[in-house]
Design a protein around this ligand. Structure first.
Ligand code: FAD
Length: 286
């Protein structure tokens, strides 16, 4: 690793000012939040900026609020703050649990949800779960504010769909009534997870009938995704229907275009998907 090159840090007073600085310095400038990914990439020489725009200082940028129907999480909220938030624990305990298992305590204390989603590292935990929960990303930029589903924010591995000088400001997570039964499970042997899988189930009778379901997978593929075909196979069945779960896991594996890599062979990952889909369904019912 090489020493960091010299850079200036700006601390804007508003998102408008942050976007103005980003526009003024163009490719020389970048948003800087917890720095856990950005500074690492800069030290490796993979990214070079002479100007970092520190968004953590923006007023209310880390706020977590309830708006009668959804929880809004500021992009500057750290993984640790989300895990510990009484509001998140009450309204969306599945998020608190997922956050408690992201990385290690040092990364959780500094890394933000906004940085995680914008960096779009393929092994992200929050992106997969937020996709199953149908969360919305709120942004602010020179052309005004935008709202886009998480699957549109993440446009590929290490790539997002933010426009130049645009900033992710918060994430809105719906809390439908009656609540969906949801779970996030993951499998990890290295520093970052090999598999992440989230389900959100609508059931009127504790899993005897699946009236609605969302399944999202991550880490096994370049970016997290949902599968309409897999969801269709599970719809109308029981949450413990082994045959349907096996068929849905196969569809997920086909769509993920599994590769042999340092995390394991494609056949092994296909097997993991089957095991972890079943686990996620059981966990959601529990
Ligand atoms: C050792 C290690 C282990 C990890 N393990 C896991 C894991 O198990 N699971 C997991 O999900 N993640 C893991 N991570 C990733 C971690 O979650 C992220 O590093 C962290 O959340 C990124 O947030 P940050 O605030 O540090 O982003 P930064 O490093 O500050 O920024 C990352 C990128 O996002 C951009 N950005 C940041 N905020 C915004 C914004 N509001 N608007 C627009 N662009 C923005 C920056 O310009 C930069 O390009 C790991 C990271 C490390 C270093």
């Amino acid at each position: 690793m090489t020493p960091l090159r010299r850079f200036e840090i700006d601390q804007p007073a508003s998102t408008t000012e942050a976007s103005r600085i980003l526009a003024e310095f163009g490719d020389e400038a970048s948003v800087y939040a917890g720095g856990t990914e950005l500074l690492l990439a800069m030290r490796h020489g993979a990214l070079r900026y002479s100007r970092l725009v520190d968004v953590k200082v923006l007023p209310g940028f880390d706020a977590i609020t309830w708006d009668g129907g959804y929880v809004q999480i500021g992009a500057g909220a750290t993984h640790r703050a989300i895990e510990k938030s009484a509001l998140i624990r009450e309204k969306l305990p599945v998020i608190a649990e997922m956050e408690s298992r992201v990385a290690n305590i040092r990364v959780r204390a500094a890394g933000t949800i906004g940085g995680n989603l914008c960096f779009a590292e393929p092994h992200s935990d929050p992106a997969t779960l937020l996709m199953a929960l149908e969360a919305i990303a709120l942004t602010s930029g020179p052309e005004g504010a935008r709202e886009l589903p998480i699957h549109e924010l993440i446009s590929g591995a290490y790539s997002n769909s933010l426009k130049p000088s645009e900033i992710l400001t918060s994430i809105r997570v719906p809390c439908p009534q009656p609540a969906l039964l949801s779970a996030y499970v993951k499998f990890q042997v290295h520093e970052r997870p090999t598999l992440g899988l989230a389900v959100a189930i609508e059931t009127p009778d504790a899993g005897k009938t699946i009236a609605g379901i969302r399944v999202a997978i991550g880490c096994l593929c370049p970016f997290p995704r949902r599968s309409a075909a897999a969801e269709q196979l599970l719809l109308g069945t029981r949450a413990d229907a082994e045959k349907a779960i096996g068929a849905a896991a196969n569809v997920l594996a086909d769509e993920a275009e599994l590769l042999d890599d340092q995390d394991g062979g494609a056949d092994y990952k296909r097997h993991l998907l089957r095991v972890f889909l079943e686990r996620a369904m059981k966990k959601a019912l529990d």
